[in-house]
Design a protein around this ligand. Structure first.
Ligand code: BTN
Length: 348
């Protein structure tokens, strides 16, 4: 059966990845050559390369010349990532997989199955393609092959689980710092941890925890960052999105970008472990997209409140001044949007 896929839960087969890797040199390769190299028939190659448009992968077949991949992706490469990381690589174990349902889910499951790691090594899992990417509040996170960075870090934190409020905000600061170090400026943070460019979402963070509230637990930090979203991916997303290619006019080097993100994340985690969120509060507020703006909060009971986002508490709670007093938002189940001028309603 060909790997036709109109549904994001479908998968690309391992053979497809093997062929794509051969085609990613930008040259023409005949079906016979590909088949011989991969020990499969020409028919198998031909079947495998059909209908990849549903992944926004455009493979041309030119009679007499062979297959040619028009828009090859830049693959993640452990060696290059480690090179960009320099000595920061010593505190990380990095694994790259072609395809996984969710890097967060897999790392969390491994931690549950094998226990908490007592050494200081952070385990990084990056995927070329996630088939069931998870977002906050039960939402999904959509990405396509090579059009994003999708990775998770298993952090062997010494922090008790109940001291981790504010961690997701600190991770947002790490992303902003990483982008800035590559000359990409002008991003903003939306509480608790979206990275915005204008009103489009550029990156999201999902922190998942496992363990007893009062002791150090398993912390998995997942980051999705849009690089050059294909039309197929954009069509799956039901909110305004941004990607780095549109912001900077070019697609960044994925390996360098991942390394810089990991380096900044490691530095932020080390500080957070010692001092909590407080050292990041001023910087977070500086990038706060809605600072002193009128916002609408949707609470888990479906009620809504309007107020002015006045800042962040030392533990990372969002402070919203309403007619009924100052609300401190801690729950990840709360959603937030900026109110347009005409929606401002004093008194609710
Ligand atoms: C959000 O903004 O809703 C959070 C999105 C987090 C997406 C990343 S992609 C890598 C990691 N694995 C997942 O399944 N989710 C996170």
């Amino acid at each position: 059966m060909p790997n036709v896929c109109h549904d994001q839960r479908c998968v690309i087969r391992p053979l497809t990845f093997a062929i794509l890797r051969m085609l990613s040199d930008g040259n023409y390769h005949s079906g016979t050559e590909l088949g011989q190299a991969l020990n499969v028939s020409r028919a198998s190659i031909s079947n495998t390369l059909q209908n990849l448009e549903s992944y926004s992968l455009t493979i041309h077949k030119i009679p007499g010349r062979g297959y040619h991949w028009l828009n090859p992706v830049q693959w993640l490469d452990n060696g290059q990532i480690r090179q960009h990381l320099g000595e920061s690589a010593d505190s990380m174990q990095i694994e790259i997989v072609d395809m996984v349902e969710s890097t967060n889910a897999l790392l969390l499951q491994r931690a549950i199955d094998y226990g908490i790691f007592t050494n200081k090594i952070k385990q990084v899992l990056a995927a070329e393609l996630q088939t069931h990417g998870r977002g906050r509040r039960g939402r999904s996170w959509s990405s396509g092959l090579g059009d994003s960075l999708t990775f998770s870090v298993l952090w062997p934190s010494q922090c008790a689980v109940n001291t981790l409020s504010g961690l997701s905000l600190a991770v947002g600061v790490a992303i902003i710092r990483a982008l800035a170090s590559l000359g990409i400026h002008g991003m903003a943070l939306k509480w608790p941890n979206d990275v915005l460019s204008g009103s489009g979402k550029l990156a999201g963070v999902l922190i998942e925890l496992h363990g007893d509230m009062l002791s150090p637990g398993t912390v998995v930090i997942g980051i999705g960052l849009n690089l050059k979203l294909s039309g197929v991916t954009k069509d799956r997303i039901d909110q305004e999105v941004a990607d780095l290619a549109s912001i900077t006019g070019k697609v960044p080097d994925r390996n360098q970008l991942l390394a810089v993100l990991l380096k900044e994340l490691a530095a932020v985690l080390d500080t957070f472990e010692q001092h909590g969120f407080e050292p990041f509060r001023e910087e977070w507020t500086h990038y706060h997209a809605f600072q002193d703006k009128m916002v609408q909060i949707s609470l888990p009971d479906s009620s809504v409140r309007n107020g002015i986002a006045t800042g962040i508490a030392p533990d990372g709670a969002l402070l919203v001044s309403t007619s009924a007093g100052v609300l401190q938002l801690r729950s990840g189940e709360v959603s937030l949007r900026k109110l347009a001028e005409h929606e401002h309603q004093p008194g609710n």
